[in-house]
Design a protein around this ligand. Structure first.
Ligand code: HEM
Length: 130
């Protein structure tokens, strides 16, 4: 297989690797005081959130379309409208994801382009000023 055909999903270690990353993301959200504002937007327990982000990212990163198979079109921005998301919430989401990638030893050559892609989506999720 040539390099062009290797998806970010595969580079992250497929389903097992991606699940580890998503689990670390929500563990950090739960644990780190700096992410308390982000955590407060989410339900308790976080099991459903973990599954949904994991299913979504599988497809978004070039793997199986688990999210679409279950829920149809993601309509991510619409699904985030019930939550007040401004710059602070976006920045916490990004910091939490960056830390999760770092702790899961995602190589910088992969983590950097992924962070850019996450940033674009996270910017788009904002639905209030500030
Ligand atoms: C910008 C900051 C963000 C905040 C504050 C935020 C917050 C939330 C919250 C509170 C939920 C509901 C959790 C639940 O129903 O259990 C959610 C759901 C979700 N988020 Fe985010 N999110 C952000 C960015 C993102 C980004 C960048 C992505 C994807 C790359 C994403 C993907 C998802 C998905 C797939 C769901 C599940 C949607 C559903 O089926 O209801 N979120 N998010």
């Amino acid at each position: 297989m040539s390099d062009e055909q290797v998806t970010p999903f595969q580079q992250l270690g497929g389903e097992a690797g991606l699940r580890r990353l998503v689990d670390r993301f929500y563990d950090l959200m739960d644990l780190e005081p700096g992410f308390a504002g982000l955590r407060a937007l989410h339900p308790t327990p976080l099991d459903g959130s973990r599954d949904k982000l994991y299913w979504f990212l599988c497809g978004w990163l070039g793997g199986p379309n688990h999210y679409i198979d279950r829920f149809g079109h993601p309509m991510l921005r619409a699904r985030h409208l019930p939550y007040a998301i401004g710059n602070a919430e976006r920045d916490q989401w990004m910091a939490c994801m960056r830390q999760a990638m770092d702790e899961c030893a995602v190589e910088p050559a992969l983590a950097e382009p992924l962070a850019k892609a996450f940033q674009g989506t996270a910017d788009w999720m904002r639905n209030r000023a500030g």
